[in-house]
Structure formats: C-alpha cells, structure tokens
Design a protein around this ligand. Structure first.
Ligand code: GLC
Length: 755
C-alpha cells in the first residue's frame, strides 16, 4: 500500500514540477527565469539530507554491494555516480532514483572520456598538434555519442591545464603551453561534448578541468605545489577556462594542487572571486577525486569537518569520492558554521545541470544506442585526427615520403606493434584489440614480402640488446629503415611523471647501430610528451612525431610515411634539449640579460684557462645555450612555403582600435599541402614586463604547388589587453607583429598604440 502511495506521490511531485511551467514539455533550455523558478521550486521541496545527497558523487566500488547501492539511491544519498558501467545497470539505478526516491531526482552518471570512449583519438596533446578545432570538435562529439550510448551523461573533459613541463605526465592530456591555442581547442572540445542541444540523448555535460593551475606542479611532479602570480594566472592559466565557460561548459572541476598556499578545492579567490563573482559562472563545480579530503594532507584543514567547511565556503558544489560533505555538512549547519544558503546554492547548481540536460524528462537511455560504437565513420575520423596530429620534424634528402614502390623496408622498434601503448593514457573503455598498429598498416599497404620487421626491443624501457644483430640484418637487406620509438603509455598520464625525458630503454643505442648501416633512417616517435630527442634527431634523415595516436595511429602514420597525405601538424609545446632546460616556453620574458650566439660559448668550446669574467654573464646554460631543441608552432611538410607582402592596415591605433594584418604565402614546392600560418605580437614595453612573443591568431590554408594564398588576421583590443597586476589594460607603446610558420620566424612588422 505504502509503495503505491509513494509512486502516486512521486507522479504528483513530478507532475507538479513539470506542470509549473507549461512550456516545460519543450526543452528545459528555455528562459533563465523559468529555469530558475523550476530549480527553486524543486529545491524548496528537498529535505536537508536530500540536499546533501545531491552534493555527493561516488564510485560504486566505494558503496558496497549492489543492494547497498540501490538502497543508497532509494534514500537519495548520492546525486551522481562515476565509473558505474553498463547501460542496463544505469537504467536500473535510474529507475530506482526516479520512481522510488522521495522526489524522483534523477542521477547523473559520469566517466572520464578524455580522448575517446571506444574509438580512441590521439591524446589531447596530439590533437592539439593538429591546430584544427573542427576535427577536434568532431572527435569529442563522437566520444560523447559513444559514451552517452551506455548512459554516461557527464565526462571530466576537457582537460585544459596550461603546462610548461614535459616531465609532468599529464602534459599528455593537455593542449600544451599556449593559452590562445588551448582556448581555441577548449571551446571546440566543450561544444563537441555537449552538442547543439543539451537535451539531446547524445549530449554529455563537459567539465573544464583542473581548475586551476595544476599544470604548474613544481618539478613536473604530479600533485605538487604550485606558485602562480596573479598576472600569470589571469594572462595565461585562466584563459582556456574562460573559453570553456563562454562555450557553455556545464561543469568545472576543482583541482588537487595547492595554489600559492591555498588548495584549489578550498580556494575562495579562484572559485568564488573569479569564477562566480567576476565571471558569473552558473554551472556546477565538482571536486577532483577526494581533493576535498586531501586538504587535510595539505595541512590546510585539521580534519574532514574543516575540509567540508572550507570546500563549501569556497564553492565546491559536489564532492567526488570522499565523504566529508555527507558526514559533516549537516553538523556544520546545525552548529551555525555555515548558512543554509551555501547548501542551497550548491544544490541549485547541481539541479540546474540535471534540468538543462533534460534528465527529468528523459532519465533513461535507449539500450540499442550502443550499436553506434566504433563504426566506420568514427574510425575514419580517428584516422584523420591522428594524421593531422603528426608533426614532421625533419626531412633531409627528401627521405619522406617513401615510395609505395620501395623494394623493401625495415620496420623496427618497440612501438611498431604496441596496440595498447598507441592508445595512450586515460583510456578506460578503449581496447587494444581495436588498434591498427603501424606494422599492420604498412604490411596492408606494401604486402608482407616487402616488410622486414624486427621489433628488437619488446617495450620502450627494454634494455635487452640481444636482438640488435637481427635488427641490423633486417636493415641491411632493406632500402630504408622506419624505426618506431617512444614511450609505453604508462610513462605518461596521472601520477606518471619522469625526471628525465629522453628515450627510455636501449632505443637510442639501437638507433645508433642502425645508423651505421647507412640506410635512409626514418624515426617515428609515439609518446605522451615532448621527449628530449636531440641525439636521435641528429642521427635521423627524417623524423615524424605521432604522439600516442589512438586506435587508428597505424594507418594515419602510414598515410604520411608513404605520402598519401602531406603532414600539417605544428608543435603545441616547446621541445627542450634536456630536462635541465625546463621550464621553457616561447612566450618567455626577455630578462635584463638576454643571451645570443654572440654571448654564448658552448661548454665544450670553453678554453681550459679562463679569467673570472670570461663568459658574458648572459641568461643561458653553458651546455644547452638559450634556445630550445624545437620551437612552439614548428612543423614541416612535403613542400615549402614562402611568406611575403606583410601588410598592416594601420601603423598606429588608439587603445580601443584594431589592425588588419595580411601576408601572402606561396607554395614553392612540388605538391599541395596545408600550412598553419601564425600571428604573433610583442608589446615591447609595459607596466609589467611582457612576453617576447604571444600567439594571437592562426589560420590554416591549403595551397597547390606554385600557387599563392593571402592570409588575413585582425588584432583587436581583446588581443592587446593584459592584466598588469592591478587591472586589465591596453597600454600605449610600440608593438612588433610577425606572421610566419612557427614562433621562431616570420615576416616582421610594427605598429604603435596611442592613448
Ligand atoms: C582523477 C583525475 C581527474 C579525473 C578524476 C575522476 O584523479 O585527476 O582528472 O577526472 O580523478 O577519474
């Protein structure tokens, strides 16, 4: 009897909620006012326990048996589950939430879908190397279609932490070092994940993470302290998050790191002052995994109760995978430590996301949706993205592309046939069995007879040289060597940082041995970070950087190796000569003693007898000098491009003015290719020191051999303003502008800003 009464009551409550707004039958995405009315009406029906329940997200493994989970849902103890798998199970639990809990508030199921669900795309750092927001957006749309088909309606992506440190394993998940490129991609990723209509069954809530500054973990050691000045925070680190908010990201995730002494999951300045008060963000903030409770370990909170207090005061709406909220919020309220308003605000943010996603109207998933997974279209797009992520770093003697008519090719190295490693880090649901590896793709193209395969090293850290002789034999009987070098996937990603960033294992020694054969030597790197590959770069005739390229990495690399497509990727991060150069980023400051070739003497060239002041006193390393191995934005292709005719529409503008910049690019080579033309500026003098270069725009242009194309850019106030430690300003002064193929070159012009 009671059960029937409860069901009838539920039907009444839901009817009441939806009937309050007759238009509610349309999408919940109607006017803000009606949405807020609906949120408030539901909130006012909730008990304190139900409110606190919504504020907790849990992994099912932490609850206990299936029955425990079901009872918890029935009692409204959790608002969200992460990592709960299986469409049927999702629907089962959702049915309990909707039909058996007192108010029928649906659950939201979450999962990390960082660069693909079943169809795996290149790691985000690789996708960033494409500089192509359109294909990245489609990759995240495909990921959302696949993930939502099994009930995932919230994913913890995009990861948009800026980082300067390739030792940090999570650089693999990032969009690299540049705030402009990361912002362009942040927008694309959020739009791809959330789709055009939030109530569409394939739409998934995005989560801008890790808010904020996590990529500056000291020494590239994960979870380490971060010190970030407010000007660096506002001029660089926050930019991609602002882009995510403008793109409509429904959620943000607070991070693990201690930012200038205050953990970001208890940081009122970033979470309340910036995100809520300055940006007026109305989405939901979830903590990172147990990052609320970890404020005890940080020494910022004495116990779980204080952790709950500081997190909710700062503005964390939902606690992931720790229980400080469920165990202490009620007491904090009863003891007058917090006001009910704080709780209500958090719950409103959560309910707003669930309503916007249409979960009240459509809480269940269609079980047949799963047929879309890994279809031909998705795999073809994965190949496109992997291909456009590949960066050509060197190509001497026109070694590449190889001809399909080649008599034989030696394929060697630990990454040539490593189906799991090529997927990269943060792959929960993708499967190695779906990977098409480079050796498979090359054999498919050339036929087995032409391919002399010698894995030689069984994995990237393998030090066993016993198979070197066999490798050299394979090389000697072939017309060219293609060596697949790099890292196992486990060497990057969360908690997987490296102090040295060279090629692991005996790979370099093997490359040295193969070099001695005198055969054309092509290196293909598959890694989760920019490695220090100076020695290998010198030995190779041609080098491709393919990152961990995902399910279709093999065909994508083969497309480029044999010239079906010309490479178009550009580095989204600086490549250093060694870990000792870190941090090295192109938008560095000039310093009071900038070095140059005039001032720098290589350590090997320094005479033995030296007077005290003999080495110039400039800002460089005696061994590494003052330049990186390869600059941000660098990437070659199978033709050459010539830049000319730089034109500025004005040579002087006011502080709210704009300037049009154009240049002509000629394809001076023999084949059609795509160039990513980049526009950089320099503000020569500011009320704080300004970077020597800043990327402000770029454009992709495909040009046939012998033809020209004009590229146009517009610099506006938004591009010229910066935070000077006190406020956002555009300051009068002299500016440089460059249009070129990377951050280290280009046509130079100048203009002035006057008050
Ligand atoms: C992890 C990561 C975060 C992820 C979350 C849920 O520790 O820091 O990026 O989304 O926990 O898996």
């Amino acid at each position: 009897m009671i059960r029937i009464y409860k069901i009838l009551q539920r039907i009444f409550v839901i009817a009441l909620i939806t009937s309050c707004s007759p238009e509610i039958k349309e999408t919940p995405d109607q006017g803000k006012h009606e949405l807020e009315k609906r949120v408030t009406e539901l909130l006012n029906k909730m008990s304190l326990d139900e409110k606190i329940g919504q504020m907790s997200q849990i992994d099912p493994g932490m609850v206990g048996s299936d029955e425990d989970i079901e009872q918890a849902v029935r009692e409204g103890r959790y608002g969200s589950f992460l990592n709960l798998l299986g469409a049927e199970r999702v629907n089962e639990l959702q049915k309990i939430a909707v039909e058996e809990s007192r108010l029928g508030i649906p659950l939201i199921f979450a999962r990390d879908v960082i660069h693909g669900f079943k169809t795996i795309f290149p790691i985000p750092l690789g996708m960033a190397a494409s500089w192509n927001p359109e294909i990245v957006k489609k990759a995240f749309r495909i990921s959302a279609i696949e993930a939502s088909s099994v009930g995932i309606k919230w994913t913890f992506a995009p990861m948009i932490d800026i980082t300067w440190d390739p030792r940090w394993g999570r650089i693999a998940e990032s969009c690299g070092e540049d705030p402009y490129l990361a912002s362009v991609l942040s927008k694309a990723m959020v739009e791809g994940i959330q789709g055009e209509d939030l109530t569409d069954p394939t739409s998934v809530a995005a989560c801008a993470k890790h808010y904020v500054g996590y990529g500056f973990s000291e020494a590239g050691r994960d979870y380490n302290t971060t010190y970030i000045s407010e000007s660096l925070l506002r001029n660089v680190v926050l930019k991609p998050f602002k882009a995510a908010q403008k793109a409509g990201a429904l959620t943000f995730m607070s991070a693990f790191n201690d930012l200038n002494g205050v953990p970001t999951s208890g940081n009122k300045f970033t979470l309340r002052q910036i995100l809520r008060n300055e940006w007026n963000y109305d989405g939901m903030v979830v903590s990172d995994w147990a990052s609320v409770e970890e404020m005890i370990s940080h020494g910022f909170c004495a116990d779980k109760k204080e952790a709950a207090l500081k997190a909710i005061q700062a503005g964390v709406d939902m606690e992931m995978a720790s229980d400080t909220y469920s165990n202490h919020i009620a007491d904090l309220l009863a003891e007058g430590e917090i006001d009910i308003k704080l709780i209500d605000e958090a719950v409103k943010n959560i309910l707003r996301v669930k309503i916007k996603l249409g979960l009240f109207e459509n809480p269940y998933i269609e079980l047949k949706a799963g047929q879309k997974i890994l279809n031909k279209e998705f795999l073809a797009h994965a190949q496109t993205v992997a291909r456009e992520s590949i960066v050509l770093l060197k190509n001497e003697k026109k070694t590449l592309p190889l001809s399909e008519d080649i008599k034989s090719v030696a394929v060697i190295g630990p990454l040539a046939d490593a189906p799991r490693d090529q997927l990269g880090t943060w792959v929960f649901d993708g499967e190695a069995k779906h990977s098409v590896t480079p050796i498979t793709a090359i054999k498919q193209l050339l036929g087995d007879k032409k391919v002399n395969y010698a894995q030689t090293l069984k994995f990237s850290r393998d030090e066993d040289k016993s198979r070197f002789a066999k490798a050299k034999l394979a090389a000697k009987k072939s017309d060219a060597i293609v060596f697949f070098a790099g890292e196992e996937w486990i060497l990057s990603g969360e908690g997987q940082c490296r102090g040295e960033i060279n090629l692991p294992g005996a790979q370099t020694e093997l490359i040295e041995e193969l070099k001695k054969t005198g055969k054309p030597l092509v290196l293909v790197f598959m890694a989760g970070r920019p490695l220090a590959i100076g020695k290998e770069l010198t030995m190779a005739d041609a080098v491709l950087y393919a990152w961990h390229g995902g399910t279709m990495a093999g065909p994508a690399i083969t497309d480029i190796l044999f010239g079906k497509y010309a490479p178009s990727g550009k580095l989204p991060v600086t490549f250093v000569k060694g870990a000792g150069q870190i941090p090295f980023y192109y938008y560095r400051k000039n310093t009071g003693r900038p070095s140059s070739n005039k001032h720098w003497t290589h350590i090997d060239d320094i005479s033995v007898e030296n007077p005290q002041n003999s080495l110039g006193y400039k800002s460089h390393h005696l061994d590494y000098g003052f330049t990186p191995l390869l600059p941000f934005g660098y990437g070659l292709t199978y033709t050459t491009f010539e830049y000319a005719d730089l034109k500025l529409s004005e040579d002087e503008i006011t502080t709210d003015g704009s300037i049009e910049v154009s240049a002509t690019i000629t394809n001076t080579g023999q084949r059609e290719a795509t160039e990513i033309a980049q526009l950089y500026i320099r503000d020569r003098v500011g009320s704080i020191t300004r970077p020597v270069k800043e990327l402000k725009s770029y454009t992709r242009v495909t040009i046939k051999p012998g033809e020209k194309a004009q590229v146009k850019f517009k610099l506006t106030k938004d591009d010229l303003e910066f935070f000077n430690g006190e406020k956002i300003v555009v300051e009068a002064g002299e500016f440089d502008v460059w249009v070129g193929t990377d951050s280290d070159s280009g046509l130079h012009g100048e203009f002035s800003i006057i008050n």
